[in-house]
Design a protein around this ligand. Structure first.
Ligand code: SF4
Ligand code: SF4
Length: 159
């Protein structure tokens, strides 16, 4: 489990990406980067479509990309910021992720894009932003970017 010392996942430690035809569809698809065996299951419990497989609470979640409807219930409840919604439409890429910095992001904001190592890899635009509830500290945001970057970008910061 080298990723624990390193602090991020390398390409060969990632789950398989959703097939191209699922990413290029009308609904985004959940991609979960949560490899550690820990007793955590809000994602599994939140999925009404049985798209998340987990035989016991310590298992890392596994998404059935055919069953995932893109409803975003799982990404709202993940305490580990480990879920990303991926989509490509009209040649542009979109990643929805959890965001916990102030100031909160708003639609139209320009953001810097960072990969898993924390390296800046480009620039994107916020196309959707859900403000947190009063007692929550996590915002959900969708970022438009170059379509090839959706497999790499895992954090953003306001410009
Ligand atoms: S986006 Fe919805 S359908 Fe897809 S895995 Fe998450 S909760 Fe299940
Ligand atoms: S809720 Fe998040 S941290 Fe917990 S098992 Fe699911 S993906 Fe991992």
């Amino acid at each position: 489990m080298k990723y624990l010392e390193r602090g991020y996942l390398e390409a060969d430690e990632l789950p398989p990406f959703p097939p191209e035809e699922r990413i290029n569809s009308k609904k985004p698809v959940a991609y979960i980067e949560c490899p550690q065996s820990i007793p955590c299951s809000p994602c599994y419990e939140s999925c009404r479509f049985n798209a998340i497989e987990m035989e016991n609470i310590n298992d890392p979640p596994k998404v059935d990309y055919e069953k995932c409807t893109g409803c975003m219930a799982c990404i709202r409840v993940c305490p580990g910021l480990a879920i990303f919604m991926l989509q490509v439409k009209e040649g542009r890429g979109y990643v929805t992720l959890q965001y916990e910095f102030l100031p909160w992001l708003e639609k139209g904001d320009r953001v810097r894009l960072y990969n898993r190592r924390g390296e800046e890899v480009g620039e994107g635009v916020v196309t959707w932003a859900l403000k947190p509830e009063r007692n929550d500290r996590t915002q959900l945001v969708t970022i438009e970017m170059d379509k090839d970057l959706i497999f790499e970008v895992r954090a953003v910061r306001k410009r």
